[in-house]
Design a protein around this ligand. Sequence first.
Ligand SMILES: Nc1ncnc2c1ncn2[C@@H]1O[C@H](COP(=O)(O)OP(=O)(O)OP(=O)(O)O)[C@@H](O)[C@H]1O
Length: 238
Amino acid sequence: MSNAVIELDQVCLGWRDRVAVRDVTGSFERGSLTAIVGPNGAGKSTLIKGIMGLVSPVRGRIRLGREASEQMACLPQLGELDRSFPVTTYDLVAMGAWKRTGAWKGYGDAEHDRVHAALARVGLADFGPRIIGTLSGGQLQRALFARLMLHDASTLLLDEPFAAVDRHTTEELMALLENWHGEGRTVIAVLHDLDMVRSHFPQTLLMAGQAVAWGPTEQVLTNENLHLARHLCAGDYL
Ligand SMILES: Nc1ncnc2c1ncn2[C@@H]1O[C@H](COP(=O)(O)OP(=O)(O)OP(=O)(O)O)[C@@H](O)[C@H]1O
């Protein structure tokens, strides 16, 4: 499968009797940095869930290369996280090491050091003991980025990583994301800010139930394609 980490072949994904993603074909190349954009309800999160294996295709195939199937990590939408769960910020971040430590092995010094380093890297050095329900939206998003660092995965999927985050935090988290890309990881992020996509993401997949366009960002985010996406998701907006 050439340099593709994830290949989609006429993928259709749905919820009960409703199709949310229709006939998407294409691939994410190893080391690429791709934004998935589109109006509300365009199927962006559903596609991420399909790639993660949380939703099975009703038609078509999603093929993961070996490194993606063994080393994939996801940053979920903030709304999908149960913030009332009584877990500390430290423990939330440490969960990222689960694949290395397993459920019973416990944490060695090296993993403790990694958690502290990740917390410090996202500006939460003193927040380890705080229960996650007491964090602001931006602080929680930083903690989720720290958890992704612990995963140390080669393929990273991020669903609206900058939602509920101020400009300063967005810039810091975007720098982290670009750093992962610079390290050769494959990064896929669902975003709404098209200016940010234009300035930071070389590849874009524009969704509107189906793939309207997929390729180099400047060729995808044309007025014509954006108009078509709005039309296909009538009633919604970009
Ligand atoms: N858990 C679910 N159960 C039933 N339908 C769902 C579920 N999640 C999403 N859908 C439906 O699937 C379609 C695509 O939703 P999805 O969340 O993938 O869109 P999105 O592009 O991520 O939207 P947004 O930008 O608003 O987050 C919508 O019509 C939505 O109502």
